[in-house]
Design a protein. Structure first.
Length: 426
């Protein structure tokens, strides 16, 4: 098989097959991120062709984001039972099927079904859980760096593909751009089929950084029903205060990033007289700094206490949000915010994954992290609604930014309550 041949060839050059797994997963995350972000490019063309309102289109995207988060723990259970490659291939197939079917849609309910439910389920079957599983199973050393690289693929995918998709949509229409997305997903699926494997033992290796000499025990058979595995893990993990601290801080993470800045920064800038193109460029700049910051966070999390890293990440993010309203929304002030905040956008992921793996073990870390990630998306949903409510009722977004900044300071403090205790069995 290609994977065995490739593993042997790489071993001659002293390269572990785990880094090939990272490359394939990075490619999958890169293209999936483009898929998640692509509908934002198509909103105006869909309005012009079908007469759908922004609220109708946005409702489909809201369904997708909710399912994207809630699928995470169940996706981890699927991976544990049926394997990484099988679940990833199924996820890509579901997404491609939804996109291809949407080429012929004419009714708004079809948009909600395909772009909301189908694509939400498909993208949620991998999400950040896939990267966490790769890091936990294939790496003993450099886990933080691996999580940083794979998490950064989300920002890279949006940066790499959205400008291209926007150009194709303007020139040839949204269907051609959507067709390109399907082709890219097909390329990712082929790479997964040929190269991805479930565990290092599948190619005769130990995890990267594991210097042991004793044969690795075979993984226990996993015949637990998916629902029971996911909910059982939640029941067991919820007995640990560490789980609730990580869940709460990740809830705040989602509330202060995706739910607030990603959704509401541009309309808030418009309130202060900043053109939409200039405001959108701020998000693009954040994506660039996020790529650097997340990989650097992974590198740091391999070397320093992850609790203190999270303390600084949440604390500095909170200060940046609290100070943003006092920047006078000048070009200099906003550029400084984009750089400072962008470096911290999802830098919290590598330390959170490492703490989860350390406390709950590599085999069930993805299940536990799946529930923690669900908290992230719930926080994003609450903030998206709350900030919109603030703008509607109070005619300003500023209270939402102040609240988010204060919550980040709270997160910085409570994360230090995690003790240096031994790993917990769940």
């Amino acid at each position: 098989m290609i994977s065995n041949w490739l593993s042997t060839a790489l071993a001659r050059r002293n390269i572990h097959y785990g880094w090939v797994m990272v490359a394939v997963t990075f490619l999958t995350g890169l293209i999936s991120a483009g898929t998640v972000g692509a509908p934002g490019v198509f909103i105006v063309p869909l309005q012009k062709e079908f007469g759908w309102t922004t609220a109708e289109i946005s409702s489909a995207l809201s369904i997708r984001f909710i399912l994207f988060g809630l699928m995470a723990p169940f996706a981890a259970a699927l991976m544990n039972r049926y394997g990484l490659r099988n679940v990833t291939l199924l996820a890509l197939l579901i997404v491609v099927s939804g996109l291809v079917a949407s080429l012929a849609m004419t009714q708004v309910w079809q948009l909600m079904l395909l772009w909301g439910v189908v694509i939400g389920l498909g993208t949620g079957m991998t999400a950040l859980v896939l990267g966490a599983t790769i890091a936990a199973r294939w790496f003993v050393a450099r886990r933080g760096l691996v999580v940083g690289i794979l998490t950064a693929s989300v920002a890279t995918g949006q940066l790499a593909f959205l400008p291209l998709l926007a150009s194709l949509t303007d020139t040839y229409g949204w269907r051609i751009a959507l067709g390109l997305v399907c082709v890219m997903l097909g390329v990712a699926a082929f790479a997964v089929l040929m190269i991805m494997r479930d565990r290092p033992s599948d190619v005769g290796l130990r995890p990267f950084g594991d210097e042991g000499t004793q044969p690795l025990p075979a993984p226990p058979p996993n015949n637990t029903p998916i629902m029971a595995a996911a909910l059982g893990t939640l029941r067991d993990a919820s007995k640990s205060s560490v789980f609730w601290i990580l869940f709460a801080t990740f809830f705040i993470c989602g509330a202060s990033t995706n739910g607030l800045v990603q959704v509401h920064l541009i309309p808030m800038c418009l309130d202060f007289g900043i053109p939409q193109v200039q405001a959108a460029s701020l998000l693009a700049a954040m994506g660039i700094f996020d790529f650097v910051g997340t990989i650097a966070s992974g590198w740091l999390s391999d070397r320093y206490d992850n609790r203190w890293l999270l303390f600084w990440y949440y604390g500095l993010r909170g200060l940046s949000l609290l100070l943003l309203p006092f920047s006078d929304f000048t070009l200099y002030g906003l550029s400084l915010f984009a750089m400072f905040y962008g470096l911290d956008w999802i830098a919290t992921v590598p330390p959170t994954v490492r703490l989860t793996t350390q406390r709950f073990g590599p085999e069930r870390a993805n299940l536990v992290f799946g529930w923690i990630f669900a908290g992230h998306q719930l926080g994003a949903g609450v903030a998206a609604f709350g900030a919109g409510l603030s703008r509607t009722v109070l005619q300003t977004y500023l209270p939402a930014f102040f609240v988010a900044g204060a919550l980040c300071v709270v997160a910085a403090l409570i994360v230090l309550a995690i003790s240096r205790s031994k790993p917990m069995a769940v």
